[in-house]
Design a protein around this ligand. Structure first.
Ligand code: GTP
Length: 356
């Protein structure tokens, strides 16, 4: 695949993941010990692609600061910044002059996926397509863009989120574009590939192929998916060559301390220098660097932000705690609570599904 280039769209603001994305773009959130994007880049590299262009906008410099030339990952990475976000299609168009390959793999930068990228490119070539979309079959397609195909694999239409989807095939956020098609996207204004480019190509009679499979797939756009996807990486359910340690029930990074009698499992990552107190129970969670979980505390399916503290006996379920926040002793948080950075919750507070 040396003759294929890759584009990864990483310019979104990640509003659904606030407050985690206030200071860190979604694709750079620590996931199983490395920035999330490192997992995707490792799969691109393993597929034999060498040149990757990142379409950045929000907090653009964090990407080049982290990945530099890409040499450490065995890649050549170029960064293209949109001053004003141009959307998914506009972002692809904006990198066109940095591409030279005939066929270009394009990724949404927030998708965790186990598909065989070489097979997606093969489908594109075999069907002589203008664009090929990776489509994945999911149990509940209602929350996604639904994409029916005919017997030859030609895409028939694009349906936005619908209560009554005609197929379980959804747009997986990974495409192969013929480069000339990228050049035909209007320049200099926001464009959505899903809402404008793909329907427009179909209306114009273009060959738009679907490559359907049942690979592991998860869009990391919401806190629940981010937490679940991170646990899948730690447990080896989601494939990655970039994991910061062996797969297992937990991933404990350098300098972290886990007191005797604490239970840490379900794909939990314990960040660098973090501490888990005696008798604490931490399941399927992301504990960021320097965070502290007190004695006897319970943390389930939650994010505990960098340098934040969950004090003794607190119980935190399905919660996102921003950086440097403090959850007082014996507090109870659950059902999608989000704690903003630096907030201090006094002991014994109880919160359900609220932003604090
Ligand atoms: P939400 O605000 O939570 O919806 O997140 P988001 O801004 O990341 O949007 P979405 O999840 O729809 O984006 C899918 C992928 O496209 C992500 O990897 C984004 O970083 C990327 N993306 C979204 N909008 C833009 C844009 O305007 N420019 C570029 N370059 N990438 C974008």
């Amino acid at each position: 695949m040396h003759d294929v280039e890759a584009v990864v769209l990483v310019g979104g603001k990640g509003t659904r993941l606030r407050p985690l994305t206030l200071a860190t773009p979604k694709p750079m959130l620590p996931t199983a010990g490395v920035p999330f994007l490192a997992h995707l880049l490792s799969r691109i590299q393993a597929a034999g692609v060498r040149r990757v262009v990142l379409g950045t906008s929000y907090l653009a410099e964090t990407f080049s600061d982290a990945f530099g030339s890409g040499a450490q990952l065995g890649l050549e990475i170029e960064y293209v910044v949109e001053e004003h976000p141009l959307g998914t299609g506009g972002g692809i168009r904006n990198v066109a002059k940095h591409l030279s390959a005939d066929n270009v793999l394009v990724f949404n930068g927030d998708v965790l996926c186990g598909t065989d990228l070489g097979a997606v490119v093969d489908t594109h070539r075999r069907t002589d397509a203008d664009v090929t979309l990776h489509l994945v079959r999911v149990q509940d397609p209602r929350a996604y863009g639904c994409v029916p195909t005919d017997d030859s694999g030609q895409v028939l239409e694009f349906l936005e989120k619908t209560e009554d989807p005609p197929t379980d095939q959804i747009n997986a956020g990974c495409y192969v574009f013929r480069r000339s098609v990228i050049e035909s996207i209007p320049e200099g204004r926001p464009v959505s590939v899903e809402r404008e480019t793909f329907p427009g190509l179909l209306a114009a009679g273009a060959r738009v192929s679907g490559h359907v499979d049942n690979a592991y797939w998860r869009d990391m756009g919401t806190p629940a998916d981010l937490i679940h996807g991170s646990a899948d990486l730690v447990r080896g359910v989601a494939p990655s060559a970039a994991l910061a340690g062996p797969v297992g029930e937990s991933l404990v990074l350098e300098g972290a301390e886990i007191a005797q009698g604490a239970l840490v499992f379900g794909g939990t990552t314990v960040g660098r220098g973090a501490r888990i107190g005696a008798g604490a129970r931490v399941e399927g969670s992301m504990v960021f660097d320097g965070a502290v979980i007190g004695a006897g505390a319970v943390v389930e399916h939650s994010v505990v932000g960098t340098g934040s503290r969950v004090e003794d006996g607190a119980s935190v379920r399905d919660t996102v705690i921003g950086d440097r926040a403090v959850v007082g002793a014996h507090c109870e948080l659950r059902d999608g609570v989000r704690i903003w950075p630096d907030v201090v919750l006094p002991p014994h507070g109880v919160r359900f599904s609220a932003d604090v």
